[in-house]
Write a new protein. Structure first.
Length: 296
């Protein structure tokens, strides 16, 4: 096995282990958030492996590394294995720091120096997962819940469904939708912010002086408003669901649980993230065409 294949295989194995533990625990949000960090770090490591020459053997590659890189890299990977073995619980902070340790360790074992831009980007991508956890824990839920209830009631009223907001509750005829912490969409907001940060790390925009500089800076608030409105649409959809849709996957689409915390809720999260990707790619294309136009 070549050193390149060994490092990438180790990355895939550790990522799959963490995601499998989270999936078996029934925490879909964590799986999506962690998968984003693993995917972004994997892309950078794959690019690194393609740029370096193929070593004759793994032993020679490891022997060529300075001790100040090999020892911390190996210790970080061993620490990750210990966490997966003994502290693999979602409430354990160490479990959230796995991508940070693994991506940094593999970057060192791949030959990246401590001050290299590659290792900095790998560390930042690995830190995206614990950053999402802190964002979700510290976000003030109450103001967002009140605003979500008001906007959802307005959307229902606009499509002809009588509704009004009373605090965090959306009052309908014979039905009450209570906007709790999960319904505020703050996890989706954090996921979209991390998606935007990951795209910036992988495909950085070149900010120039002048009015054109404002376009990337306005991207964040505009996208956050769009994601908030998407979540309000999801809450409005709950007004047309039933508690017991019956058996069969085709009937689950009418169920409350499907759109509240099931696959339908995850679908809206992926749709919001896709919107962020689409807008960012469009901004990259606009910037590329602008540079070509100025170069003529």
């Amino acid at each position: 096995m070549t050193p390149t294949l060994a490092r990438l295989t180790l990355l895939a194995a550790l990522a799959a282990t963490q995601l499998t533990l989270a999936a078996r625990a029934g925490v879909g949000d964590f799986v999506i958030m962690a998968g984003l960090s693993w995917l972004g770090g994997g892309v950078l490591l794959l690019e690194r492996e393609e740029q370096v020459a193929v070593e004759p053997s793994a032993l020679a590659a490891l022997a060529a590394l300075p001790l100040r890189r090999f020892l911390p890299g190996a210790l970080l990977l061993l620490w990750a294995l210990l966490v997966l073995s003994f502290a693999g619980r979602l409430y354990d902070p160490l479990f959230w720091a796995l991508p940070l340790a693994v991506l940094t360790g593999l970057g060192l074992l791949a030959g990246a120096s401590w001050r290299s831009p590659l290792l900095t980007r790998l560390a930042l991508i690995g830190a995206l997962l614990p950053a999402q956890g802190l964002f979700n824990a510290l976000w003030p839920v109450e103001p967002l819940a009140l605003l979500t209830a008001r906007v959802t009631a307005l959307l229902l009223w606009l499509i002809g469904r009588p509704a009004y907001a009373s605090g965090r509750a959306v009052m309908l005829d014979g039905q009450v939708l209570l906007v709790d912490g999960g319904c505020t969409g703050h996890t989706t907001l954090s996921f979209c912010l991390v998606t935007l940060a990951l795209l910036w790390l992988l495909f950085p925009l070149r900010l120039r002086s002048g009015p054109a500089r404002l376009a990337p800076l306005l991207l964040v608030p505009v996208l956050l408003v769009a994601v908030f409105l998407l979540n309000a649409v999801r809450i409005a959809v709950l007004a047309y669901t039933v508690r017991d849709p019956g058996d069969g996957w085709w009937r689950a689409w009418r169920g409350f649980a499907f759109w509240h915390d099931g696959a339908g809720a995850q679908l809206f999260a992926l749709l919001a993230s896709g919107l962020v990707c689409l807008v960012y790619v469009g901004l990259l294309e606009w910037q590329l065409r602008r540079r070509r136009r100025l170069a003529r």
